[in-house]
Design a protein around this ligand. Structure first.
Ligand code: E4P
Length: 214
């Protein structure tokens, strides 16, 4: 299972890389807005820092505009992946970009059929948002299971990025289902390594060792 980090913050990305937990990065306009810096500079720095795929989202709403933006983003780095919203125009753009060999990540997916349509259009990745479904009292992880089954049934090469992750249980469930990738915020990435019994156990080991030192 690959771990992407869901942030546009360069310090978080660097720390995640040190932890060995960054196979790629996903950004979106909201995450870039939090940085309060020129987004073009932030994007350039992320592309240079990370070797794996970096998802960068288009702003245009029409297919032509999306494709124009995508082509400009794609030349910024050979690891750039273009995030396209799951709309009718978005799917047209994915089809065009796929024929041009530009990698795409179809975002804002909330039901399995949307993922199927994105895969049929040639998307490299799909991003179902499970946390936002949980937020409205719908079991987000259910759609991951269904999307993985559909992609298996038809041998799609499109990879599933479990997105809108809020806690370690989301990562665990995604791994149990066999999703290709989880894109994880930095705070959750850190939580993945922790368990209170680990801390208690280590403290006792060190205390006991200290007690036999002369
Ligand atoms: C994924 O690519 C998105 O950037 C992200 O996971 C959205 O998460 P949120 O619902 O916490 O905003």
């Amino acid at each position: 299972m690959k771990f992407f980090i869901d942030t546009a913050n360069i310090e978080e990305i660097k720390k995640g890389i040190e932890m060995g937990l960054v196979d790629g990065v996903t950004t979106n306009p909201t995450l870039l807005s939090k940085e309060k810096k020129d987004p073009q500079l932030v994007i350039k720095e992320i592309l240079e820092t990370v070797t794996g795929p970096v998802s960068l989202e288009v702003i245009a709403k029409d297919a032509k505009g999306m494709c124009e933006e995508a082509r400009k983003l794609a030349v910024l780095g050979n690891n750039a992946v273009i995030k396209i919203p799951m709309t009718e125009e978005g799917i047209k753009a994915v089809r065009t970009l796929s024929l041009e060999g530009i990698k795409t990540n179809v975002t804002l997916i909330f039901q399995p059929i949307q993922a199927l349509i994105a895969a049929k259009a040639g998307a490299t990745y799909v991003s179902p948002f499970i946390g936002r479904l949980d937020d409205i009292a719908t079991k987000g992880m259910g759609i991951i299971d269904e999307i993985c089954n559909i992609f298996f049934n038809y041998a799609f090469e499109t990879e599933v990025i479990v997105a809108s992750i809020r806690n370690p249980i989301h990562v665990l469930d995604a791994a149990l289902i066999g999703a290709d990738i989880a894109t994880i915020p930095f705070n959750v990435l850190k939580q993945l390594m922790n368990h209170p019994l680990t801390d208690i156990g280590l403290e006792k080991f060190l205390k006991d060792w200290e007690s036999i030192q002369k």
